[in-house]
Design a protein around this ligand. Structure first.
Ligand code: ZN
Length: 174
């Protein structure tokens, strides 16, 4: 009798718990969704990297609003061999910047290398930075704005990315 009498209570508690948990989960989901930055002119796959570019800039005291700047972005095949990304813009024309990332590169690259390419192209398109080919004493590129045609060696990893992004947004680098 005890078991049977307790059973509905048990289910009531269980369902309350599930309900509570479901609500909590929904609340978290809604909160994340409302915080997600959107970039209407940009391929959705590039959004996390565009948002990250803005956040990394803000952490370094540089205000960046890619949506307001009208920077567009797409992922499509780039005909030239070994070209992973490109920034197209008309000098001195606001909102003319377009970032293109090569489809094949995108489909075969890790997240950190995607970030490298997107940040590099935004370095051109938004920050108006040119290439910088300097190397450190070990021959590693000191800037993610290296062209890939110089002699320095890429070293963009989860460990080194902070110093590269510091360099990217350092006003002395512009
Ligand atoms: Zn470049």
């Amino acid at each position: 009798m005890v078991r049977i009498d307790n059973l509905p209570l048990y289910f009531l508690l269980l369902s309350s718990f599930l309900f509570y948990f479901a609500c909590e989960k929904d609340d978290v989901f809604v909160e994340v969704e409302s915080d997600l930055r959107t970039f209407p002119e940009v391929d959705e796959r590039l959004w996390p990297f565009f948002e990250s570019f803005e956040l990394e800039a803000a952490e370094r005291g540089v205000e960046v609003d890619l949506r307001e700047a009208g920077i567009s972005g797409e992922i499509r095949p780039i005909a030239e061999e070994h070209v992973a990304g490109r920034c197209s813009y008309i000098p001195n024309i606001i909102s003319s910047g377009n970032v293109t990332v090569d489809t094949e590169f995108w489909d075969n690259s890790s997240s950190i290398f995607k970030e490298f390419i997107v940040f590099h192209e935004l370095g051109h398109c938004y920050l108006n930075r040119d290439h910088r080919e300097d190397a450190d004493a070990q021959g590693a590129c000191i800037s993610l704005m290296r062209s890939g045609l110089g002699t320095c060696r890429d070293n963009y990893t989860s460990l080194s990315r902070k110093q590269y992004i510091d360099e990217l947004f350092d006003p002395d680098s512009f």
